[in-house]
Design a protein around this ligand. Structure first.
Ligand SMILES: [Zn+2]
Length: 131
């Protein structure tokens, strides 16, 4: 419980809300490691460690990004959904976009967009960067 702050940097949060700080780069690296492992499990192809990708973290109670809802109707793959669940979609005609969503402890959503294989067009470089 000491990890949660009621008044981060002196800010007064709405009732019932707390703040949790995390190391963004570390969370990003771990999320990508999980996706790479599960991607290999499903497709038997490795993803480059330094492939362009985009992570979004949706805190409990927040509305996920619009792109998240493209996954509605896809199959959930988690074996212990209350702890960890995930789903994904593959969109070859959308610049080889892969879009994954992970649900942690039934509360926190991670979404990860990446290309497999990478596209390299100007639009994609603008969206994902070069690494
Ligand atoms: Zn592209």
């Amino acid at each position: 419980m000491n990890e949660f702050e009621r008044r981060p940097s002196g800010l007064v949060l709405p009732p019932g809300r707390v703040a949790k700080r995390f190391q963004g780069e570390r969370v990003h690296r771990v999320a990508w490691k999980i996706v790479r492992g599960l991607y290999f499990y499903h497709f038997r192809k490795p993803l480059e460690e330094d492939a362009p990708k985009h992570l979004e973290i949706v805190p409990p109670g927040e509305t996920p990004p619009k792109s998240f809802f493209v996954l509605s109707g896809t199959e959930n793959h988690g074996r212990h959904p209350g702890v960890f669940d995930y789903t994904f979609g593959t969109y070859p005609h959308e610049h080889n976009c892969n879009y994954w969503a992970m649900l942690l402890w039934n509360r926190i959503i991670f979404t990860m967009a990446f290309q497999a294989p990478t596209c390299g067009c100007a639009e994609c470089i603008a969206m994902f960067g070069t690494s």
